[in-house]
Design a protein around this ligand. Sequence first.
Ligand code: DAH
Length: 347
Amino acid sequence: MADLNELSEKLGGIKAEIKEELSKLETSKSVFEYKKAIFDSKAGKVGSLMREMGKIPNEMKAEYGKRVNELKNWAQEKFDEMDAKFKAEEMRLKYESEKIDVTMPGQVRKQGFLHPNTLVRNRIVDIFGSMGFEIFEGTEIETDYYNFTALNTPDDHPARDMQDTFYLSDKFLLRTQTSAGQIHVMEKEQPPIKIISPGKVFRSDDDATHSPMFSQMEGLVVDKGITLCDLKGMLDEFVQKIFGEGVSTRLRPSYFPFTEPSVEVDVSCFQCHGKGCKLCKGTGWIEVLGAGVVNKKVLEGCGIDSDVYSGFAFGIGIERIAMLKYGINNIKHLFESDLRVLEQIRE
Ligand code: DAH
């Protein structure tokens, strides 16, 4: 470097070049990159100036250092200025694009809901749960023994024809009734027994009110001194909780092999309150379940002393209750998963 004039010219050139380049930049990122390149200690126009100190005559060194520093400071300031300007604009655009209009209507998300069968089953479980019943889960595949024989329905018994059975083999079948669970419980436990047993059952049966697969809820109470009166009292409580205050039950004689006496239980019509309507077919009463006093033969077969203990049992059709409660006229609606139907039934 011959003299200071030459130095001034060189530094002035660099300054002009930086000014020129900066005027072309449009983003904070490009400013950052340009700055990195300029200040690079090897290849950078500004960064490399200090490396040339060795070539500068001694008497000029101080001045050279001062001017290079001035240029550096000036460049740094320029970069800071540009960086701040672009960043402000970039933030503004970012906020603009992310702006939320709180007055816009919200996105309504569809929420799932429980199937009517599940609603009814849960409700029944709650009601009996609050009365101290425990749950026994049986199995859908049963042996002929548990589904029939132990329930006082031996091979040649005409009552076997009451239920059209899907046999899997000579011995195994798809249970036709949750009553099979009664036997499992009584074989394992001595009284007091107080259980309900919900689950799917299967019968070769198919029309508007019957389906080859449906669900039942079995109930069994065995203890000392249990009578039909206890059954009636409990059922009155149950129907009020499921169909509403003021409804009552009536018992009609019926027949089931595993109960003696057996009854068909009607509930007073919760729609017309006894006056007679379409739902109760003008009778004021609706049949809801089967029940009875546990047959002594069944108790004895499970090793329970029928001179000491007695019990009652009942079997509720879950779909039947759901259909009555929600005014569903075809059992298929409960299995077809048609949302147009199911969405009308919410609790
Ligand atoms: N298991 C019978 C059926 O499926 C219903 C039933 C009736 C169950 C009387 C009972 C009972 O426990 O006592 O038709």
